[in-house]
Ligand binder design. Structure first.
Ligand SMILES: *[C@@H]1O[C@H](CO)[C@@H](O)[C@H](O)[C@H]1NC(C)=O
Ligand SMILES: *[C@@H]1O[C@H](CO)[C@@H](O)[C@H](O)[C@H]1NC(C)=O
Length: 383
């Protein structure tokens, strides 16, 4: 795909192509997989086949033995959750669980919600807010889908006990108030969520978490958006692999879209509506392949997309920009990659997906965030 994208990108800038060539985008590859079916409500589990990137598909979340669970009670009790609540599904339902919501609801969590393995939280078709209290935490789990939630105004939490998977009591330390925090977790797919206004970050991928796809989300009104890699001392994150695709960043996102330590991020077909300090950055020798994104620099201030922290050994990063499109004077300072070989994502058959031209990114991200899904019709615009 790369040569074509590059070619079309070049041609677009000299205005040779007409709008029929590369500009009319269909849905992106993930959405096309399920949103085209007006009857998706009766086939919710089909979603598991739609993920791409490092998470691969989510077939482990469906099939034999999956429990369909409907949340009908927005209340929360961190130690004695009631049947019908979201926390009850995490703590008392064993094995695979596919969670939906009976109606629109606002959930204020008393304590972080410890999401269990083989869990799908599917907010499609309803308007579910998780806000004003604690938020989501994925600790040593795998095979999780988080879809179509509105998570915002999360609050920092003091240390304390909370009921976790298999109804075991877990003593959590204090948390900063991230919307979705992953620790030592893998095969996680975060798709079509709307995330904003949290005291720390919106998404944190830490402590050896890997095989993650963060797609179709809408991030806005946030200082630190997405952290990939725990801290500068946590070497194990060098194996971290994350795909960041089809997301809509902005307005009013300042930095970390994402910020990467040690590991590898494939950042592809995202829309950047400005930034404050920077859009993409990192430290501790991370590798970032930025491909076919649309970067629109802010009117005032820093036009440079990247930021990196130098360490005492000098070079400490490997950033490559391939077929990105830059508007409003945006610039991308690349490093160390002459042939691009070192930054190949090396996707497997199950993970690979077609990269679209950056000129299509506005269309491909048009419905990023939690969708509005009127009854008996396709899910359409974001809200
Ligand atoms: C959720 O809260 C918002 C305000 O934050 C309110 O407009 C909406 O009606 C609430 N929804 C429900 C289902 O209570
Ligand atoms: C992909 O393979 C090449 C060649 O083996 C390697 O240098 C590179 O680090 C790999 N990329 C990732 C993301 O592991």
């Amino acid at each position: 795909m790369t040569p074509w994208c590059t070619l079309w990108g070049l041609m677009a800038t000299i205005s040779i192509i007409t709008s029929s060539t590369c500009v009319y985008a269909k849905m992106n590859v993930i959405d096309e997989c399920w949103r085209k079916n007006p009857n998706w409500r009766s086939h919710r589990h089909e979603l598991a086949k739609c993920s791409v990137g490092y998470t691969g598909n989510m077939m482990n979340n469906i099939g034999r033995g999956v429990t369909n669970y409907k949340v009908n009670d927005p209340s929360d009790d961190a130690m004695n959750p009631k049947p019908g609540t979201l926390r009850f599904a995490m703590t008392h339902v064993k094995g695979k669980v596919w969670i939906t919501f009976k109606r629109d609801m606002n959930i204020t969590l008393q304590k972080p919600l410890l999401v269990s393995s083989c869990t799908t939280i599917d907010g499609r078709g309803v308007n579910v807010h998780i806000s004003g209290g604690a938020c989501l935490m994925l600790q040593r789990v795998n095979n999780v889908i988080i879809h179509s939630l509105r998570i915002h105004d999360c609050k920092a939490q003091p240390a304390g006990p909370v009921l976790g998977p298999d109804a075991k009591i877990v003593h959590l330390g204090p948390v900063d108030g991230d919307a979705i925090r992953m620790l030592s977790s893998s095969k996680i797919w975060i798709d079509h969520n709307t995330l904003y206004d949290c005291p720390d970050g919106l998404i944190d991928v830490t402590r050896g978490s890997t095989d993650i796809t963060i797609s179709n989300n809408w991030f806005r009104f946030q200082n630190k958006v997405m952290l990939l890699g725990h801290d500068d001392g946590f070497q194990r994150d060098k194996d971290m692999k994350v795909t960041v695709a089809f997301n809509h960043f902005g307005p009013h996102c300042q930095q970390r879209m994402p910020r990467v330590r040690f590991g590898y991020a494939h950042v592809v077909n995202n829309l950047y509506l400005g930034w404050g300090l920077y859009a993409i950055g990192g430290s501790m020798d991370p590798t970032i392949k930025s491909q076919s994104n649309l970067f629109i620099a802010p009117e005032d201030g820093n036009k440079e997309v990247t930021w990196r922290q130098h360490n005492e050994n000098g070079m400490s990063y490997n950033f490559l920009s391939v077929a990105d499109v830059f508007e409003n004077g945006a610039s991308f300072s690349q490093s160390r990659s002459d042939d691009g070989l070192a930054v190949k994502p090396n996707y497997t058959k199950e993970q690979i997906f077609p990269v679209e031209c950056a000129t299509k990114v506005r269309d491909l991200t048009k419905s990023a965030g939690a969708l509005k899904c009127p009854k008996a019709s396709r899910c359409s615009i974001k809200s």
